[in-house]
Design a binder for this molecule. Structure first.
Ligand code: SAH
Ligand code: SF4
Ligand code: F3S
Length: 491
């Protein structure tokens, strides 16, 4: 990959301005997209004059942090081409950035589409766009073509970088525009994005996933694993810091395998050390770590770091070695527990969280009790618990012994109550201590209170005012209320 300067946002504006619309769109990226941004700006401007009002947009995001970051890129383009953000879906351009990791994420989108249709009947100028992981499934696109013909634009996860070009197609086309790619090895840098929070940001360090856990659809909808060049990552963060960001969340489906596919391979721990050097950056988080690839080097780097947060999300999925094997997770119950022990030994104050699936095909009561056993041994600060959802095309969907709904529901409830009980005790263990918090927002229920996030990812509410947003304060934790604290600012 070439070693180029990252183009800063203000330069992006200049580059869009300097695109020559009298000539054909350039073929080289990202310049091609700058050309389409200028073109789209012209079209939006004309429409806005015709209607004598601003055109508005609403991006609704489902799913994980990757999707949240992708949506910031969509918003970055929409704002640059002249759309103004609307408070809700009653807008001229509504986009759903979808998730398909579990069936219910899917169903929610179909449900909302009916409502969008009713809005569109009232506003004939309205454009409806669908993108994200669900669109990578052929049966979904077929269904949309057949029964949701009022949708204007459908694109997938691999070509999101050409959003400006797709918007121009949608604005100039009466028919449904569909552009889905099977996969890509391309990473286009230097596109605009608009952050949700001024003081913190997600940063993609890699895309796709090669792990093929047998229940999971992500590798099919996000494609093969590819890492961004470390120089591009560091420059992006330097730029974010210059723009007021103090905390970054490095994003990847399995950050521990970062760098393996680079021309000059590099480990995730090495990347973290590079990021740590960035002056002005206060906090580093990352998501997600696969236990099979978590190295001693990473533990060492975390332990010695002043910036990496004391929080590790370490998805367990199941506590049964038998089920883990069928899940293709490549670790056993004991290996997982040993890893946790190693981490806790190096960083006793670390907060551990996890993901657990209940009701994987063939899961017996004994397997389930192994999961509860791990939960009791590890004592997570919190855990996301999911009911297994059959995803078409994954190996697990074809496995025998799918578990009946009532058995799963019973196990799920038992697990959840155990997880919550332990989570409450674990969360309370910091009572009385003074912690550094990054102040995120004013409390919506009581405006005298501000909400801050600790290094371990727990929230604390304390008296303060909005001038504190984005700063790091010292807060004494007075009282733990379940999963958050009430505190007092002491510095
Ligand atoms: N790459 C991340 C996970 C991304 S998906 C990792 O490996 O940790 C987030 C979580 O959704 C997973 O950790 C898993 O617990 C859950 N999940 C994935 N597929 C699922 C399915 N088919 N049914 C239920 N939960 C699922
Ligand atoms: Fe899915 Fe496994 Fe990849 Fe995570 S590591 S995204 S669970 S296949
Ligand atoms: Fe969902 Fe796609 Fe993320 S399927 S969990 S939005 S990678």
């Amino acid at each position: 990959m070439e070693n180029k300067e990252l183009i800063f946002d203000s330069n992006i504006d200049k580059l869009i301005e300097s695109a020559d619309l009298t000539k054909e769109a350039p073929t080289e990226e990202p310049y091609r997209q700058y050309w389409f941004m200028k073109k789209a700006r012209q079209l939006v401007n004309e429409k806005s004059k015709e209607l004598n009002r601003d055109l508005t947009f609403c991006v609704n995001t489902f799913g994980c942090q990757m999707n949240a970051r992708d949506s910031e890129k969509l918003v970055g383009v929409l704002e640059r081409i002249g759309y103004v953000e609307a408070p809700d879906e009653n807008a001229d351009f509504v986009i759903y950035n979808t998730c398909t990791v579990r069936e219910n994420a899917n169903l929610r989108v179909y449900g909302r589409l009916g409502y969008l249709h009713s809005l569109k009947k009232k506003n004939p100028h309205m454009l409806i766009g669908l993108c994200g992981c669900m669109m990578q499934e052929t049966q979904v696109v077929e269904k949309l073509k057949k029964s949701y013909s009022f949708v204007n634009l459908i694109f997938g996860t691999h070509n999101i970088y050409k959003f400006a070009e797709l918007v121009v197609s949608a604005l100039t086309n009466d028919r449904m525009v569909i552009d889905i790619w099977k996969d890509t090895d391309k990473i286009v840098e230097d596109l605009p994005s608009e952050r949700k929070y001024p003081f913190k940001s997600g940063v993609n360090i890699m895309f796709g996933c090669n792990n093929f856990c047998s229940y999971c659809i992500v590798p099919y909808v996000r494609g093969r694993e590819r890492s961004r060049n470390p120089k591009d990552i560091v420059r992006e963060i330097e730029h974010l810091v210059a723009d007021g960001v103090v905390e970054v969340m490095l994003l990847g489906q399995n950050v521990n395998s970062y760098g393996k596919t680079l021309e000059e391979p590099m480990t995730f721990a090495q990347l973290l050390q590079e990021v740590e050097k960035i002056e002005g950056l206060e906090r580093i988080r990352f998501m997600t770590s696969h236990p099979k690839d978590l190295s001693d080097e990473l533990i060492e780097v975390m332990k010695n770091s002043k910036k990496i947060c004391r929080h590790l999300h370490l998805p367990l999925q199941s506590g049964s070695s038998e089920i883990l094997k069928k899940m293709n997770r490549k670790y056993t119950k004991n290996q997982y527990l040993e890893l946790v022990e190693k981490i806790r030994k190096a960083m006793p104050d670390i907060s551990l969280t996890t993901d657990i699936i209940v009701g994987f095909p063939g899961e017996t009561e004994e397997d389930f009790l192994e999961t509860v056993d791990v939960v009791e041994k590890v004592r997570y600060d919190s855990a996301f618990t999911f009911i297994y959802s059959k995803r078409t095309g994954t190996p697990a969907a074809a496995m025998e012994n799918q578990i009946s709904e009532d058995v799963v529901k019973d196990r799920f409830d038992r697990l959840l109550s155990r997880v919550q009980e332990i989570g409450r005790t674990m969360s309370a263990r910091y009572t009385g201590t003074v912690q550094e918090v990054l102040v995120e927002e004013q409390n919506s229920q009581d405006t005298h209170l501000m909400t801050g996030r600790m290094s371990n990812n727990l929230l604390v509410h304390f008296e303060g005012d909005t001038s504190l947003v984005g700063t790091i304060c010292q807060v004494r934790l007075d009282e733990c209320r379940g999963f958050y604290y009430m505190g007092t600012k002491v510095g």
